[in-house]
Design a protein around this ligand. Structure first.
Ligand code: 5GP
Ligand code: ZN
Length: 113
C-alpha cells in the first residue's frame, strides 16, 4: 500500500530500528515508546486491522504473538512480564491502518487494561 507508513518501513523506504525480520513479518522499536521496551510486530502483508483477519490469516496472527514472546525473552524482560496490545479502529485508538501488535515491557505496566 503506497501510502502506508508501515509498508514503507517494510520496504525500507523510511528508516526504522528493525530488531527482527523473516519472510512473514518484521518487528521494530516504536518511535514514541510507552515503556522501556516498546516494539511493534507487523506482518509484511498489508492487513488494515484485526477486523480484517480471516480464517486464512489465523496462523499468521498466532505467529505475531509467538514472535512477541520470543522477543521478550531475547531482550531479557520475559520473566518480569509484559503487555501485548492490538488497537483496532477509531474507538480502539488505532492510528496506523496496518495491523500491528504492540509489545511493551521492562517496567511495571499495571493499570491501563
Ligand atoms: P496505534 O495507535 O495505531 O495502535 O499505534 C501506532 C504506533 O505506531 C504508535 O505507538 C506510534 O508511536 C507508532 N508509529 C507511528 N509512526 C511511526 C514511525 O514512523 N516509526 C515507528 N517506529 N513507529 C511509528
Ligand atoms: Zn501497510
Amino acid at each position: 500500500m503506497p501510502d502506508c507508513i508501515f509498508c514503507k518501513i517494510i520496504n525500507k523506504t523510511i528508516p526504522a530500528d528493525i530488531v527482527y525480520e523473516d519472510d512473514q513479518m518484521i518487528a521494530f522499536r516504536d518511535i514514541n515508546p510507552k515503556a522501556k521496551y516498546h516494539f511493534l510486530i507487523i506482518p509484511k502483508e498489508h492487513i488494515p486491522s484485526v477486523d480484517e483477519i480471516n480464517e486464512a490469516r489465523i496462523e499468521l496472527v498466532g505467529s505475531l504473538i509467538y514472535r512477541a514472546k520470543e522477543m521478550a525473552r531475547k531482550f531479557g524482560f520475559a520473566a518480569s512480564g509484559y503487555k501485548l496490545v492490538f488497537n483496532c479502529g477509531k474507538d480502539g485508538g488505532q492510528i496506523v491502518d496496518h495491523i500491528h501488535l504492540h509489545l511493551l515491557g521492562g517496567e511495571p505496566l499495571i493499570g491501563a487494561v
